[in-house]
Design a binder for this molecule. Structure first.
Ligand SMILES: [Cu+2]
Length: 234
């Protein structure tokens, strides 16, 4: 009997939560494109000869991901909203960086405070994931070929956390840690999309490891769409 009423009250609590979540205001969307004007810097060729497993993964030499420009569009720029009111529960679903062909894929990732940050290893070789935050606690995971995943969590906002592999000096990536889910990484076409944003006026920041940061003010209406385009120059 007690069990029944416990189940019933849980059911009611769940129903109440659904009711609370139900009429939530419709979030808005910010989309944009990161452009690069002028001559793009030439991407360095990565010499992976030191590890035959890495070299074998690239029939044609791999290129550095530090500035990737495709037809005037800048890839791997981290875009985020500077401050968003309210608290935002961290998703249980991890943000993932894979070590594949001795490169970090993706090169740039975002994660929420408290959300699992997972590193996977698709390579049949030894990596180590050496995180070098200045605010969060540094970490260093050895990932021999039989260790296929490791997870960590961040406890504080930090833009950005550098990650490297001490075995393969060309491996470098960055992670943006935010207290909310309103971030994105620009795609191969330079575009990004941030969704479900509470109505308000925001500073949208774009960060690129070699080219620096840029900011724009953007107003988001309830359920509306706003645009924020950014231009870097060569
Ligand atoms: Cu490595």
């Amino acid at each position: 009997m007690q069990t029944m009423s416990f189940i019933r009250s849980c059911g009611l609590a769940a129903a109440a939560m659904v009711a609370l979540a139900g009429p939530a205001m419709a979030g808005g969307t910010i989309t944009g494109k990161i452009k690069f004007d002028g001559t793009a810097p030439k991407r360095a060729t990565l010499d992976m000869a030191a590890d035959p497993v890495c070299a074998a993964a690239h029939p044609s030499p791999a290129l550095a991901d530090d500035v990737v420009v495709n037809d005037g569009a800048l890839q791997y720029a981290f875009v985020y909203l500077k401050s968003v009111p309210g608290t935002h529960a961290a998703p249980g679903e991890p943000s993932v960086i894979n070590q594949q062909g001795c490169q970090y894929i993706p090169h740039i990732a975002g994660v929420q405070i408290g959300q699992p940050m997972k590193f996977t290893n698709s390579d049949q070789t030894l990596h180590n994931v050496h995180g070098m935050p200045k605010v969060n606690t540094p970490f260093n995971f050895a990932m021999p070929k039989f260790v296929k995943q490791k997870e960590t969590k961040f406890t504080a906002e930090e833009l950005m956390v550098a990650v490297k592999c001490d075995v393969h000096p060309w491996m470098a990536g960055y992670i943006g840690v935010l207290p909310h889910p309103f971030f994105a990484v620009s795609g191969a076409d330079g575009s990004f999309k941030i969704e479900n944003i509470p109505a308000g006026e925001y500073d949208v920041v774009v960060w690129q490891e070699k080219l620096g940061a840029k900011e724009a003010k953007v107003k988001v209406d309830e359920g509306g769409s706003a645009t924020a385009d950014f231009n870097y120059a060569g």
